[in-house]
Design a protein around this ligand. Sequence first.
Ligand SMILES: Nc1ncnc2c1ncn2[C@@H]1O[C@H](COP(=O)(O)OP(=O)(O)OP(=O)(O)O)[C@@H](O)[C@H]1O
Ligand SMILES: [Mg+2]
Length: 275
Amino acid sequence: MTTNLPMVLSVTSGKGGVGKTNISVNLAYNLSRMGKKVVLLDADLGLANVDVLLGIAPKLNLFHLFHEGSKLQDVIFKTSYGFDILPASSGVGDMVSLSTGQKLDLLEAMDYLEDEVDYLIVDTGAGINDNVLYFNLAVQERLLVLTPEPTSLTDAYALIKVMKLNHGVDRFRVMINMAPDMKSAKEVFSKLYKACDHFLSGVSLDLVGVIPRDQEMRKAVIKQTPVCSMSPGCPACRTLEETAKKITNWKPTSELDGNIKFFWKKLLFQEQSVA
Ligand SMILES: Nc1ncnc2c1ncn2[C@@H]1O[C@H](COP(=O)(O)OP(=O)(O)OP(=O)(O)O)[C@@H](O)[C@H]1O
Ligand SMILES: [Mg+2]
């Protein structure tokens, strides 16, 4: 049983392949090494990214919880790295269209997470589709990942724009990944910052960390192991460790906001289309 309020954060991006799943897995790994109880929600529906990165094959997912009466405790997959995985698999659209009774049952099941979990990390898919937006609207903190590639910058801006203009979300944490050097990382952040400042007044961006391009990251993917477990101390791991430490200093903006059940309530009772 934890004493602090749980926190729900998404790792998201406009563009695919920027490192979201690697970052999610390694933040989960580092936070759990710091004694935190972490559940990683694999919300990249259909592709099961987290499974591939860790070389695991959970048999149950949220579909079984909704439709086949599985218990949440059985759907949660315990990894050998100290954190747990909650495989989503079915789309949020499916969740939103559950009957009210089913939704209430689900919320009740989430009580288990409320008491047992410090961090629920949501690894979203790429793009600006309904699923990505649903999850990003329901979470409390959004960690937006981008790389120094121009397309990554424009896609990140597009995601911020939709979230701000259509949904009033105006606070984002930013991570620059695969940075060839600090200068280009700072440049890309500065471009994003200026674009938001010019065209989307009121958006606040907080640069949380810069992860260098690091061969160890690629090797870890091939070995299906979190890089921070395989090569602790490598340049990418240093940022990932520091970022996990920073996250432990983030405070929920309100009691309700930091509540895992509230996250699911927001997710389940959203409008059908949000894009
Ligand atoms: N810092 C890094 N240095 C070098 N390679 C990296 C780094 N970060 C990620 N990669 C490589 O980028 C690839 C994509 O990473 P990952 O699967 O985490 O991205 P993603 O954003 O989750 O992708 P998707 O949008 O498809 O879900 C990985 O195979 C990994 O090898
Ligand atoms: Mg991914």
